[in-house]
Ligand binder design. Structure first.
Ligand SMILES: [Zn+2]
Length: 496
């Protein structure tokens, strides 16, 4: 596995490990766990309060490049300064398939911790959605006036002095031509040739390519819809913005900008794009069991494979023994993808997601979460006791004054106690909040598991995530399939 290291140090906190010490620990960890360190990011802040982490942001950005599949920190608090921050950036990493590893904290891979992590992640998703909503609020002010919020405007538009969109007639002709040609059934290369022959260029002055044509054909601005979403404006024109966003992150205002394309042409283009996309997508399989499924004869991994065979050239999608594929040294027959995936899903439905199993799992996970939460609860108890003590002292002084005893020092003492009380109250509230987010209630865990229980009706990507969370290993034999899940229950969760 390839990983990047991240270390951060703020000079006003004397108790922190130096960057060198953090990196030393990370390197030791890598050697021990056979991890190849490919990149090192460090931030040295003048103060913990300055929000300046250039290397951190670079690391987040680089995580999209596929250079490393994990980021290793010495302690999790090096990764982020608070819960929101952490949820937000962890999600970014996860989207790019990059794991976060902490040298000191991530030593536990019990089934409970794996599932708890995924429950907490689900909650973090929720928090970061709220966070996104908060950020959006600020942007909304500008956006609701249908103004340009930054970056390069799309081809066909200029930005006026008041920041609203105005049509650039020359460019708009190019946009109309692209839409009309595509709607008429022309391919990308025909369109590109026609554009270049007519002397049209992209907004940045370059020749058209497939990506730029594709971006234009799916840009709803051309039918007059003002559309704003948080990330798309950052790097307009790049292809990796096809990820769908949740509705509440997007602002759409129909008729918000002058239109270039009529509805009929737009619809025809979208129809055709959808048809073409279907062709592409059906050629790509999501192998739900990859990395988990092994050959029972030779122990080799089984990998997904599609082929057309027989006289009718029917399509067969299978898992095949990789040893057999490579060397023919194993005679294991391949197994149908649909067949074996269905066995695994059925097994999960019966043994992990049955109502009885879920109840047991909920108990186990919440016990585990509670045990992890001991420290926070100890803090809560400590602060509650201290608070009670302070309150007693306050009461004593009040009673003394009421009884007619007064000394000038009482006023000073009283002020001191009130300050102490306020500080303790804040600390207590913080600890309680932490307890809530670190220890989900049984009900939250149950809801989360029940969501996964509906595995059969999920998208292939979701099915894969669920299987990869709950299944440890699948071994295929000639006459049976063994499934090892990370949790087992009485009544047989082992084997099928
Ligand atoms: Zn084999």
């Amino acid at each position: 596995m390839k990983a990047a290291a991240y270390a951060r140090y703020s000079s006003d906190n004397q108790r922190e490990e130096s960057i060198e010490a953090q990196l030393r620990a990370i390197k030791e960890y890598c050697v021990k766990n056979n991890i190849q360190l490919v990149k090192i990011y460090t931030d040295e802040a003048k103060s913990a309060t300055t929000d300046n982490r250039p290397a951190f942001l670079q690391m987040i950005q680089d995580s999209a490049l596929g250079l490393f599949s994990a980021v290793i920190v010495h302690k999790l608090d090096r990764f982020s300064r608070d819960r929101y921050d952490s949820a937000f950036y962890k999600r970014q990493l996860k989207k790019n398939g990059v794991r976060l590893i902490s040298v000191l904290e991530n030593l536990d891979d019990s089934p409970e911790s794996i599932i708890l992590e995924s429950v907490l992640e689900g909650m973090a998703e929720y928090y970061s959605r709220n966070l996104a909503r908060e950020i959006m609020k600020g942007m909304k002010e500008t956006a609701l006036q249908c103004k340009h919020t930054g970056g390069i405007p799309p081809l066909g538009y200029d930005v006026g002095l008041d920041k609203t969109y105005i049509i650039n007639e020359h460019e708009a002709r190019a946009v109309r031509m692209i839409f009309e040609m595509y709607a008429a059934g022309k391919g990308y290369s025909d369109i590109i040739r026609a554009m270049n022959d007519s002397g049209f260029r992209t907004k940045t002055g370059r020749h058209f390519g497939k990506n730029s044509i594709h971006e234009i054909l799916r840009n709803e601005k051309y039918r007059g819809i003002y559309i704003y979403n948080r990330t798309a404006s950052k790097e307009a024109g790049k292809r990796n913005h096809h990820k769908s966003k949740s509705e509440d992150e997007i602002i759409r205002i129909e008729g918000g900008i002058p239109r270039i394309i009529d509805d009929e042409t737009w619809e025809r283009v979208q129809e055709r794009m959808k048809r073409n996309k279907k062709g592409v997508n059906s050629a790509k399989e999501t192998y739900l069991l990859s990395g988990l499924i092994y050959c029972g004869k030779c122990g080799g991994a089984m990998t997904g494979n599609r082929r057309h065979s027989g006289t009718t050239k029917n399509l067969y999608v299978n898992y095949e023994c990789s040893t057999r594929k490579r060397t023919k040294a194993c005679n294991m027959k391949s197994i149908s993808k649909d067949y074996v995936e269905n066995i695994v899903i059925e097994h999960l439905e019966k043994n992990v997601f049955s109502p009885e199993a879920i109840e047991k799992l909920v108990k186990k996970i919440s016990e585990y979460a509670a045990s992890r939460n001991v420290e926070i609860n100890r803090d809560i108890k400590l602060f509650t006791d201290q608070l009670a003590g302070v309150q007693t002292e306050i009461n004593n002084i009040v009673n003394a004054i009421a009884a007619g005893m007064f000394h000038p020092s009482m006023k000073e003492k009283m002020d001191e106690l009130e300050t102490k009380k306020a500080n303790l109250t804040i600390k207590l509230e913080e600890a309680k909040l932490q307890a809530q987010t670190h220890a989900p209630t049984e009900d939250m865990i149950r809801k989360y598991l029940q969501k996964d229980a509906d595995i059969r009706n999920k998208s292939p990507e979701e099915q894969k995530r669920i299987i990869q969370t709950y299944v440890k290993k699948i071994i295929v034999y000639d006459d049976k399939v063994d499934i090892d899940t990370i949790v087992t229950f009485d009544g047989g969760a082992d084997g099928t």
